[in-house]
Design a protein. Structure first.
Length: 130
């Protein structure tokens, strides 16, 4: 019989545990976005500045789920946690226990250099088609 995965705010990898401890001690942590779930606000390659701060509706929460950091927008505060959703899938709302949340995204630094490189490659490809 399958058992439910335990919900914890402390990930098993040492580097991720250091991130959690740094946040608990008031440090700002920088994480790199790797998915498009929060597009267009956050794109792959963007640098996220995360702090351990209280969350309000509309904030972007950072939490640990199934072996990875997840960033989703807070849709509502629920008893003992939050209802969160990805910007790219606003109808898919999930519940996150307050103990899973380690911080709030306080700023996003877009990786414009990487996007500019991709754009130039696409333009070069288009020109080669002529």
């Amino acid at each position: 019989m399958p058992t439910a995965e335990p919900q914890t705010a402390v990930p098993p990898q040492l580097g991720d545990q250091i991130i959690v401890e740094a946040l608990r001690h008031g440090q700002t942590v920088h994480l790199r976005a790797v998915s498009r779930s929060m597009a267009p606000a956050i794109l792959p390659g963007d640098l996220l500045l995360v702090r351990d701060e209280p969350l309000a509706e509309g904030d972007i929460a950072v939490y640990w789920r199934r072996g990875a950091w997840v960033t989703h927008r807070v849709a509502a505060r629920k008893e003992g946690g939050y209802a969160v959703r990805a910007d790219s899938a606003p109808s898919a709302v999930e519940y996150v226990a307050a103990g899973q949340v380690v911080g709030r995204v306080t700023a996003v630094r877009h990786d414009w250099f990487r996007w500019r490189q991709r754009f130039r490659r696409v333009l070069a490809w288009i020109k080669s088609l002529r």
